[in-house]
Design a protein around this ligand. Structure first.
Ligand SMILES: [Zn+2]
Length: 472
């Protein structure tokens, strides 16, 4: 039996332990609380063993801003304390470019309200092929916009497949919206005069989201030039670590609120992430490019070490082709940088069989915010080859069709794709509107329409360089 005095004593002890724990937690939180604002030092580090050292840098939860893989150099945005730690660990710091983190941002880059104005102006002047959509609202209440470009732009044409281009998951990467704006401008202004562009616009539904992280970008314009996350909860979330597929699963994000790669309180918690997820769910794009800066690389899924897509023969081949078209190196995140979990491309591939890529535009020497006059046009021009290649792929090798009304609830059907050796290559889920657009490599395949385990119809195809209409 516990005496009343003994009970009080135990309670007191318990209280003391709880208080102590709270104190420790508090001081821990306090020492890191201002890390986002305490980062002032921007340095380049020459790595002895690129893969091993990148892993080490990630394990210290440092803000790795970009790399030069060929030269084995990583750029870091860090606190004084982290700088000292790097020196103690004998990292070879070869350059201090902290002045780049504080100099004024070139006024010609775009703010959220400028993006809104530009998109509405394209819609006003070219309403027959351009239409503005609000796809979500940020935690600070800003609209997130998409522009759809297509003929008969106000209607969903089931004969046309969708493709998505999006920019600025990360606030400081101000060149990324410029690429999206250039896609829009190139397609719209050349529509009447260029047959290839006209065909892109007439035969596809092209969706462009030029600025996803509107709040973070606003913070960048208000003095936090190196801000990466959104601004939710005050400390912000890295919205490209917040997508639900394998969220927080492989050390490819941080659980620390102050970290630049903080994954958020739960999978898919962030309004910007939900906005893009809902758009993808609605339009079911065949391809996606997510534009980031910087490192001059093309990244394809999956993000966790050792992991690849089931259809890697198709995904990685196209990724390599895109890389070659702009002279960027292509690979998975864990091959080129470090493991990444909760990214948009991993989620898109796994949830909706999108073939998605990240393009990190600009090199280490240009960084996040290069001189606009010197670099803007050069960068967007160089990148045209990549997105045009993907638009070419919309009518290239693969099959496309639609289940007619004899198949109610088409989303219950799958198309099983077997390669020439008889191996199952892909189990493609038919879209809710009955459409399917399966991108494949050239060669022989056997495609079976299935409902559950029942095979209803099988077609043998021999695919060439162009898209084959296929009906079951
Ligand atoms: Zn980024």
């Amino acid at each position: 039996m516990i005496s009343s005095s003994g009970g009080t004593c135990m309670l007191k002890n318990l209280l003391a332990v709880v208080l102590l724990l709270m104190l420790i937690q508090n001081s821990e939180a306090h020492s890191h609380k201002n890390q986002d604002t305490q980062r002032t030092i921007y340095v380049s580090v020459k790595l002895k063993d690129y893969a091993r050292d990148m892993k080490r840098l990630q394990s210290y939860d440092l803000d790795i801003t970009g790399v030069d893989i060929k030269e084995s150099i990583a750029d870091l945005f860090i606190t004084k304390e982290q700088y000292n730690q790097l020196q103690e660990m004998n990292f070879n710091i070869i350059q201090d470019k902290s002045n780049k983190a504080t100099s004024a941002l070139d006024e010609q880059y775009k703010s959220p309200s400028e993006i809104e104005t530009i998109l509405k102006e394209w819609e006003r002047t070219h309403s027959e092929i351009a239409k503005v959509f609000v796809i979500g609202t940020s935690s600070e209440g800003r609209n997130i916009y998409a522009l759809k470009i297509s003929d008969n732009v106000s209607t969903r044409e089931v004969s046309e497949s969708a493709i998505l281009f999006n920019s600025m998951h990360h606030a400081r990467e101000v060149m990324s919206p410029e690429v999206s704006l250039d896609i829009i401008e190139t397609l719209i202004t050349n529509y009447e005069s260029d047959l290839k562009i006209k065909s892109y616009v007439d035969s596809n539904e092209i969706w462009v989201v030029p600025m996803l992280n509107v709040d973070g970008n606003s913070k960048v314009w208000n003095g936090s030039k190196m801000w990466r996350k959104n601004t939710n909860y005050g400390h912000g979330v890295d919205i490209n670590r917040n997508y639900p597929h394998l969220w927080g699963s492989c050390g490819g994000s941080s659980g620390m609120k102050w970290s630049s790669t903080y994954r958020g309180p739960s999978a898919g918690s962030e309004p910007e992430v939900q906005a893009l997820m809902n758009l993808v769910k609605d339009i079911r794009p065949v391809f996606d490019i997510s534009y980031h800066a910087y490192s001059e690389i093309v990244i394809y899924p999956m993000g966790c070490k050792g992991s690849r897509t089931q259809t890697k023969e198709v995904v990685e081949k196209i990724g390599q082709e895109i890389g070659q078209s702009v002279d960027y190196r292509a690979g998975t995140a864990w091959e080129l940088l470090y493991s990444v979990d909760g990214s948009d491309i991993d989620w898109m591939y796994n949830a909706y069989q999108v073939i998605p890529f990240v393009l990190e535009v600009n090199s280490r020497s240009e960084g996040f915010q290069p001189n606009y006059d010197k670099w803007r046009d050069k960068t967007v021009k160089r990148n045209r080859a990549a997105w045009m290649k993907l638009l070419d792929k919309m009518s290239a090798t693969g099959v496309k069709g639609r289940l007619d009304e004899t198949y109610p609830s088409p989303e219950n059907y799958q198309i099983e794709v077997r390669d020439s050796s008889g191996e199952v290559f892909q189990n493609y889920k038919v879209n809710p509107d009955g459409t399917y657009h399966i991108v494949l490599n050239e060669g022989k395949y056997s495609l079976s329409l299935k409902k559950g385990r029942n095979s209803l119809s099988t077609k043998e195809v021999n695919l060439s360089t162009s898209l084959l209409p296929l009906h079951f």
